[in-house]
Design a protein around this ligand. Structure first.
Ligand SMILES: [Ca+2]
Ligand SMILES: [Ca+2]
Length: 97
């Protein structure tokens, strides 16, 4: 079992975990980056505000579904801080949040 575990390591995130977004822009300016020797796919896996976002499973680019209005926050607790959790998975099923 130990040997099998080492055959495939999970993707490792190299992108940051916090971003600032310019008002009135649907792009977050954030792209998840995880490195692995296998092909990596990205998915939204949690976070209070995950429904406000979409992610490109191939590129990891995170986008708002609607342009955020900082004067009328649409995140869950209305503090303009959006919480989203991204999982990177490799083609062998290992994943890292
Ligand atoms: Ca791997
Ligand atoms: Ca919030």
């Amino acid at each position: 079992m130990e040997a099998a575990h080492h055959l495939n390591s999970a993707p490792v995130f190299s992108s940051g975990t916090a971003i600032k977004v310019v008002q009135g822009n649907i792009a977050t300016g954030y792209a998840a980056v995880a490195t692995d020797t296998d092909a990596v796919t990205y998915n939204l896996s949690g976070g209070a505000d995950q429904t406000a976002f979409s992610i490109d499973s191939v590129t990891g680019v995170l986008s708002f579904k609607m342009i955020p209005d900082f004067d009328a926050p649409s995140d869950i607790n209305e503090d303009n801080n959006y919480v989203v959790e991204i999982t990177a998975s490799d083609s062998k099923g290992a994943s890292m949040v």
